[in-house]
Design a protein around this ligand. Structure first.
Ligand code: HAM
Length: 452
């Protein structure tokens, strides 16, 4: 018996001290195997819908110039002022991990001269975003969005179509949702409204009764006061003037048309006069998609599953030609949470699975060739060639839901045959190994009409 030599001391190896393994950063998630099944379904639905409505896939870098977000999302927004992951890189540039997709997509539209393409340019985007928020259920520091943007179309039908897609996205994943909608007009009508709103808060000492955050926001971002979740601020808000009453003729007409189109295509919505959204670039239509579940006593209103709106001035503000635009973003993790919460059944792998098992070195080689042959013939074929024991292989076949397992052993190699095991009944039949593809096909067809 050969003796195991004692290992030489390796300087790279740490001493016998216990090594603390690394863990994920706070608010970041691993997507493990089981969870990925939900991702597959949700991303497939997103891409199917995008394609059906003529949106084409686009990707942009995760890292962008920090100033891109400051100028678009807005300096005073929570996203930019509190939540952005920004740093100075090795060449001294101020960069940021993207906290939202729209600014990068606008940059890309301008940088690649997409105004030369037939308009509207319709983009579909899926990717990770980063916001340094306080993590909780459905609120992560790295999360994914499905995002659609339509550039070069000012008409209300574009707004309605974006809302329609957003609604169908959730409904077709069997999630009950509500569309909350509002119009914040154009800069002109908004200026008139903001004056009224400021007066309202100044009157009767209302301003002093606001929460600390709102008192701070008062001079900077008045509209956001309407969005505050604090009870005292919501009570004051109830009597505040509503922006829809201050829309000019063109903005009112646009909003009415959007609502009419939504009625036409049977998309239910709730007018929410206090919906404002936390990003600076919107004008006219804004909307959020929220879960239709009624919150239980004491439960907070559900965070939005998605949101979006029109932003007709952003392309120009970012250095491009004046280009109207509208878009929306849906949170993938929040969507998946809802699917899980409601126990909406997942489709299982619909393909008919055949498993190939082997016993012995020679049989393994033959089985590997057979596997490639069947995979190329388009079968949903699976294997576990790293295991030599038949029991483990059959267990794996069961776990995967295989209908049949082809078994190759020493005897089958000698005879030029293969065994086909029906995984439900356990019945095994000997077939000609050369005709294995056809024999499997015959069993899947389940009617004996296939001649081998
Ligand atoms: P947003 O409202 O900031 O809009 O984000 C859209 C959705 O992303 C939210 O409704 C939510 O589902 C998800 N989300 C946001 N923050 C988190 C988080 N910390 N953890 C998990 N999910 C989150 C935008 O980002 C706009 N760019 C949408 C848009 C596109 N507007 C026009 N075009």
């Amino acid at each position: 018996m050969s003796k195991i030599k004692p290992e030489k001391k390796n300087p790279d190896r740490p001493s016998s001290k216990k090594i603390e393994p690394f863990t994920r950063l706070r608010g970041m998630k691993d997507i493990l195997f089981e969870e990925y099944r939900y991702w597959d379904i949700v991303l497939e639905k997103a891409l199917d819908l995008a394609k059906a409505y003529g949106f084409r896939k686009i990707e942009t870098p995760i890292l962008e110039n920090q100033a891109l977000y400051e100028r678009s999302t807005g300096q005073a927004t929570d996203i930019v002022s509190k939540e952005m992951y920004n740093f100075i890189d090795k060449s001294g540039e101020k960069v940021a991990l993207r906290p939202e997709a729209t600014p990068g997509l606008v940059r890309s539209y301008i940088e690649h001269g997409m105004f030369n393409l037939p308009q509207p340019v319709r983009m579909a985007w899926i990717g990770p975003l980063f916001r340094h928020e306080k993590p909780q259920t459905g609120r992560l520091r790295q999360f994914w969005q499905f995002d659609l943007e339509m550039f070069g179309e000012a008409g209300p039908v574009a707004d309605a179509q974006i809302i329609q897609i957003a609604y169908h996205f959730f409904r077709e994943l069997q999630i009950d949702v509500q569309v909350q909608i509002n119009s914040i007009g154009c800069p002109d009508c908004r200026a008139a409204y903001l004056e009224k709103l400021a007066d309202f808060y100044r009157e009767r000492g209302r301003r002093a009764k606001l929460c600390e955050d709102c008192r701070r926001r008062f001079g900077k971002n008045l509209l956001r006061l309407l969005d505050c979740k604090e009870t005292q601020c919501q009570e004051i808000r109830a009597e505040a003037p509503q922006i829809v009453d201050y829309l000019d003729e063109a903005c009112r007409e646009h909003f009415i048309k959007v609502l009419e189109y939504l009625d036409e295509v049977d998309i239910p919505y709730n007018l929410n006069p206090f919906l404002v959204r936390g990003l600076d670039y919107y004008n006219r239509t804004i909307f959020e998609i929220v879960s239709a579940d009624v919150p239980q006593e004491g439960e907070k209103r559900q965070a939005a599953l998605g949101g979006g709106g029109r932003y007709d001035y952003l392309v120009e503000k970012m250095g491009g030609r004046p280009t109207p635009a509208v878009g929306f973003g849906a949170g993938i993790e929040r969507t998946i949470l809802k699917i899980k919460e409601k126990n909406i059944p997942l489709k299982t792998d619909a393909g008919k699975i055949v498993f190939i098992a082997q016993l012995g070195e020679q049989a393994k080689r033959k089985a590997m060739i057979m596997f490639e042959e069947m995979r190329r013939a388009g079968y949903n074929v699976r294997q576990l060639f790293v295991k030599d024991n038949l029991k483990s292989q059959l267990e794996e076949a069961d776990r995967l839901g295989a209908l049949f397992t082809v078994i190759m052993g020493q005897k089958e190699i000698v005879d030029g045959t293969a065994l086909i095991r029906d995984m439900e009944s356990g019945v095994q039949e000997v077939v000609d190994a050369k005709k294995i593809v056809c024999e499997v096909e015959k069993r899947f067809a389940n009617n004996g009409q296939v001649n081998c």
